[in-house]
Design a protein. Structure first.
Length: 481
């Protein structure tokens, strides 16, 4: 690659200037020395060719027009004031006066750069009047000289104004960049928090469902081995399949988490796109898992399915998964009814179990209390869950009027992490996509979880909806034999 000497020189000058800019007082002292030298040279070598050296008083006046510039950054107005005094005095003392008032030009530039508005206007007016007055003392003063001095002062002041505007503009850009950086960092943190919450919910839902299936099958295993060894093989196969499926999903979720942590906020957003996003089309597999655990599931679909937003569809699947998992863990049910009721503008998803036997009221009440407390809900004296955590107790019959959901408040119980856990997770998922959740015991025994989700029609296909057409939703939740 060819060497460019001018580029190297430019880089060297830029580096040296940046080093000097970090020591402004050194720069100002050098500037004052240069101004003093320039003023002195005008007197040592006058225009008329005569050696017109100054006296001691003359040199003191010359120094007064230059030396104060050395502290023009520390006390700018003091430096401007002193130079403003000594420059006219120098012009009156020495005849003819110097052609260029170098110190005055630097002082006016400094005034325009750092002075307050009133100070700038006042001192500029004084300078113009003083310059005009001192020109009257000059021998053979020409109109051109008047114009030259006035123009030089106004030009120096104008450069100071431009420098002040540029400095303010640069400061505004830097402040905006800092604010944008803070906002970007905050948004990255929020995106990471949202992604962690989503992954936490998915991990809980996946593991809780799979582990519940394995526990149920394992507990039934010894009984089945003694009663029917052939069926025991099927039970153990189901345990193995559930474990493998849980491990596979867990690997995918952890892979997404690693990608999100490695790529920051952008990775979090991309991870959300790559993460496992179940749809309603996966409900048949979910139903089969529950039936393998020994609980028959009756599936019903009413109405005309419509395409859902990706977040609504994921919420519908996860809510169903969590409700069925709760049945496996807590209900001791002999039968479950899963219903998807499609209506204009909403999807009502209901999971109802028969729970303990209707005659076993004490056991059922104990089970309801345990289920409610285990999922962050409060209970009344008779064992009925009280309104809390966004869950509205009640039977929520379908069809017919149902209890009006309370505002979503989802405050987890002490020691419980929010999101993706039991009834609290169901309420959170429903509220996150504009829906509502209801849960409560069913008269005669059993428990019902009902979730209403919005089904706003999509003008354009959502990029993550899988391109499903209206009416292409799950018409049946069991695979054909």
């Amino acid at each position: 690659m060819p060497h460019h000497p001018f580029r190297s020189l430019r880089t060297l000058v830029h580096t040296r200037w940046r080093a000097l800019s970090r020591r402004p007082y050194v720069v100002d002292a050098a500037l004052a020395a240069l101004v003093l030298l320039a003023v002195s040279l005008q007197f040592v070598f006058p225009d008329d060719g005569e050696d017109d050296r100054l006296s001691v008083a003359g040199y003191l006046l010359a120094a007064g027009t230059a030396v104060p510039l050395a502290w023009r950054r520390r006390t700018p107005m003091t430096a401007v004031f002193l130079v403003s005094l000594f420059t006219p005095a120098m012009a009156v003392y020495r005849q003819p006066p110097p052609d260029v008032a170098y110190g005055g030009l630097v002082a006016l530039y400094t005034l325009a750069l750092v002075g307050r508005p009133v100070q700038r206007r006042l001192v500029l007016a004084v300078w113009l009047v003083a310059s005009t007055a001192t020109m009257t003392f000059r021998e053979r003063a020409e109109p051109f000289e008047y114009a030259f001095h006035l123009l030089s002062f106004v030009t120096a002041y104008g450069f100071g104004v431009l420098a002040r505007v540029q400095r303010a503009y640069t400061a505004a850009l830097e402040d905006r960049a800092r604010r944008l950086e803070r906002e970007r960092a905050a948004e990255t943190a929020r995106a990471a928090a949202r992604e962690r919450a989503r992954i936490a919910r998915d991990m809980h839902d996946v593991l809780a469902h799979a582990v519940s299936l394995m526990v149920v099958q394992a507990e039934a295993g010894p009984v089945v081995v003694r009663a029917d060894p052939e069926r025991a093989i099927t039970a153990f196969d189901a345990i193995s399949a559930s474990g493998r499926d849980a491990m596979a999903q867990l690997r995918r979720i952890l892979g997404v988490l690693r990608d999100a942590e490695g790529a920051g906020g952008a990775g979090a957003g991309a991870a959300a796109e790559r993460g496992p996003q179940p749809t309603l089309g996966a409900l048949p597999s979910l139903v089969r898992d529950v039936e393998r655990a020994g609980i028959p599931v009756e599936s019903r679909v009413t109405g005309e399915p419509v395409p859902l937003r990706a977040d609504v569809e994921v919420a519908a699947y996860r809510v169903t998964q969590e409700a069925l998992t709760n049945v496996l863990k807590h209900a001791g049910a002999a039968r479950v009814v899963l219903e998807l009721a499609w209506s204009p503008g909403e999807l009502r998803l209901t999971v109802t179990d028969d729970g303990a036997r209707p005659t076993d009221d004490g056991a059922r009440a104990t089970d309801v209390r345990a289920r409610a407390k285990g999922n962050g809900a409060r209970t009344t004296a008779d064992g009925t869950p009280a309104p809390a955590n966004g869950i509205v107790p009640g039977s929520a019959p379908v069809p017919g009027p149902r209890p009006r959901p309370l505002p979503f408040t989802a405050t987890p119980a002490e020691g419980e992490r929010p999101g993706g856990q039991g009834l609290v997770g169901i309420a959170e998922r429903a509220a996150a996509c504009g829906g509502a959740a209801e849960a409560g015991p069913v008269p005669g025994g059993g428990f019902r979880v009902a979730v209403t989700l919005p089904t706003a029609s999509l003008t354009h296909e959502h990029p993550r909806s899988g391109g499903r057409r209206p009416g292409a939703g799950p018409q049946r939740l069991h695979d054909d034999p």
